[in-house]
Design a protein around this ligand. Structure first.
Ligand code: FUB
Length: 316
């Protein structure tokens, strides 16, 4: 489906056919893709999976990331890599032994770009001597591709992963994140401090891990979308509410579980030039190790009542 839409956008069937296949970033592993439109271009902020250097990382055969790249594109086919924007060595609070730069997000406010990223904190005195636990940090730039300056400390009051930030129509910003379940809190206008205590979002499935929230608004409805694992691999599901903090009601499945055993899926949803897209990941380039993943894109369609049609992955 993505190919057909891209063809109509760029007007070049052969280019889209030749180069528009998944996965879209082909020279490195990219996971947890958050796509945003800034200044008429699409910017992609994924995690950057690598193989753990000998003896490093949170645990053997686990997710391993030491930095983030940002990519941009005008046609969703050709992507420019702007290089590393934040690393575990450049964020002062991050424990650089943990290689835990997991799923990020980026939003713009008043001409500044706020890049949110989870990572393991440096151990603090009196706590687990090996690890400080996951916090969420912010790095700020004047342009989508950086340079980004990380804050000294992670956001106070958050222990969790997978940040997603929504700036509502009235200017109030919300941060969503996960730690087994999904939480929401208001952000202050400075975008780096909480303005309310995080609360767990209710009415989501009781059983199974829920993580990777991505929230967006369309026609007055707020969509809380998230990966949920009940069996072996994650399914992309969603709930709808009338306000950013809910209440939300479960509305369905966006993408079914992977039949090929990639445990995680993690996504974002974006409208670009009149078409909605689902960005997600799969282990296309690493079929035997599902912690080295690659970004895919497929078109996404809404029904007249606002529900989302299930997306069937476009394979290579
Ligand atoms: O990429 C590391 C973790 O895997 C993310 O934080 C989760 O959402 C899952 O994709």
């Amino acid at each position: 489906t993505r190919i057909a839409v891209l063809s109509s956008i760029v007007g070049l069937v052969s280019v889209a056919d030749a180069n528009g296949q998944n996965p879209v970033i082909r020279d490195q592993y990219t996971a947890d893709p958050t796509a945003r439109v800034f200044n008429g271009k699409v910017y992609l902020y994924p995690s950057h999976d690598i193989l753990a250097p000998e003896g490093k990382g949170l645990r053997p055969d686990w997710f391993c990331m030491e930095d983030y790249h940002v990519f941009s594109s005008s046609d969703l086919v050709n992507w420019e890599d702007h290089g590393v924007i934040v690393s575990q060595y450049s964020a002062p609070w991050v424990d650089s032994n943990t290689y835990s730069m997991w799923a990020p997000d980026c939003v713009e406010r008043d001409g500044k770009y706020y890049f949110y990223f989870p990572a393991n904190r440096k151990p603090v005195e009196g706590a687990n001597p090996r690890r400080g636990g996951f916090g969420i940090g912010v790095a700020i730039a004047d342009a989508p591709e950086g340079p980004y300056v990380p804050q000294e400390n992670p956001i106070e009051g958050i222990f969790g992963i997978d940040p997603s930030v929504l700036i509502d129509k009235d200017g109030q910003a919300y941060i969503y994140y996960s730690m087994g379940q999904i939480f929401v809190a208001k952000l202050k206008d400075n975008m780096v401090e909480l303005a309310s205590q995080p609360v767990a979002i209710e009415n989501l499935p009781d059983k199974g891990l829920k993580e990777g929230p991505f929230v967006f608004e369309r026609n007055g409805l707020y969509y809380l979308t998230f990966p949920h694992v009940e069996n072996v691999t994650e399914r992309l599901e969603y709930a709808i509410g009338e306000s950013p903090e809910g209440p939300f009601r479960m509305a369905g499945v966006i993408m079914d579980e992977s039949p090929t055993g990639c445990w995680t899926n993690h996504h974002s949803i974006m409208e670009y030039e009149g078409q909605w897209y689902l960005f997600y990941h799969h282990n296309d380039y690493s079929p035997n190790f599902d912690k080295n993943r690659s970004t895919r894109i497929d078109s996404l369609f809404f029904n007249p009542d606002g529900t989302i049609q299930k997306v069937v992955p476009t394979l290579r």
